[in-house]
Design a protein around this ligand. Structure first.
Ligand code: SAM
Length: 307
């Protein structure tokens, strides 16, 4: 299998195929060399399998010929592209191919382009594991993801078998979470994704039928791949946590993942939230702070004790 620059005959076939797949007229010129353009043909034993093209460093098209589709060649082509000099760093809004790119770890960013998002951290895995254990006895838990970001936690919560309300202050996060849920095959009737500040959590949860909630997840900080100046802050985070704890069902659980480079607003948020959670009434809540590692994201579990 090899990646080559398409010859003129291949360019015509790729353009015709792309036009058939997307609608519109074939544009062979898009598949021929030009300034700022990257074009690749995937060949196997001399047969054309498909191709990819990039404009100004953005993947603008990836096409596998019909007879080769559904055999993993799209995934192969994308991986092979990543190893090429001048490989595209982002994907133009993929439209109908969104589930394909979401499955491969891409998510929409604030500028409308799709990029690979980093895999979930150990802290997130710990938080998810604790929550799963805490809710094991509830077949259809009512859950809230109060900072849905790229949707990893929302998909996890949807997988617990109940209903999920996901919110985030940024439209890009809402789009990423919806795409990730669709790619995971989650039941849309059980998942509600809303663009909202979690300052409105109490009112939203009541309006959407998510109070009381069995499980609530917070993963503070910013949206990976987006504007890092948009992030959660101590005051708002404490208020949202207070609202979440108030609507937590007896026996329910809440997790929070905290970040800090050791100074600045994120350190302030981490310390404020830790003080809030470790200061909760021991008769009503059991709090576990993961021992953590210096500089690593810090997960916390809060269980509401049955009275
Ligand atoms: C680390 S990301 C969350 C990751 C996410 N849980 C996941 O699984 O991909 C933090 C998110 O919190 C969101 N956020 C920050 N302040 C917020 C607020 N006041 N209300 C709701 N979301 C907020 C950011 O937009 C960002 O998407």
């Amino acid at each position: 299998m090899q990646l080559l620059v398409p010859d003129p005959r291949q360019a015509v076939r790729l353009a015709a195929g792309e036009a058939r797949a997307l609608g519109g007229a074939p544009r062979p010129q898009a598949w021929t060399p030009g300034p700022g353009r990257g074009i690749w043909a995937l060949e196997k034993d001399g047969a054309l399998i498909g191709g990819a093209r990039a404009e100004a460093g953005v993947l603008a098209g990836l096409y596998i010929l019909p007879q080769w589709q559904r055999r993993g060649y799209g995934r192969y082509l994308l991986r092979a592209l990543a190893r090429q000099p001048g490989a595209p760093a982002a994907v133009a809004a993929p439209g109908g191919a969104a589930p394909f790119f979401a499955r491969l770890g891409f998510a929409p960013c604030a500028d409308g382009l799709w990029r690979r998002v980093p895999p979930v951290s150990g802290a997130v895995v710990w938080a998810q594991t604790q929550l799963r254990r805490a809710l094991a006895g509830r077949p259809a838990p009512v859950c809230i993801d109060a900072t849905c970001g790229n949707g990893h936690d929302t998909v996890f919560l949807a997988g617990l078998g109940g209903r999920v309300l996901a919110l985030d202050i940024q439209p890009a996060a809402v789009a990423a979470t919806r795409a990730r849920l669709a790619a995971a095959g989650a039941d849309p009737a059980r998942c509600r994704v809303v663009q909202a500040d979690h300052a409105r959590l109490a009112a939203l949860a009541a309006r959407e039928g998510f109070a009381p909630a069995d499980g609530v997840m917070f993963n503070f900080g910013w949206l990976p791949g987006a504007d890092h100046t948009v992030h959660s802050r101590a005051r708002g985070s404490r208020a949202a946590l207070a609202a979440a704890l108030h609507l937590l069902a007896e026996g329910g659980a809440l997790t929070a993942v905290l970040y800090s480079p050791g100074h600045g607003p994120q350190e302030e948020e981490k310390q404020a939230v830790l003080a809030q959670l470790t200061g909760l009434d021991e008769a009503r809540f059991a709090v576990t702070v993961h021992p953590g590692h210096p500089g690593a994201p810090l997960p916390v579990l809060v269980r509401r004790l049955p009275i």
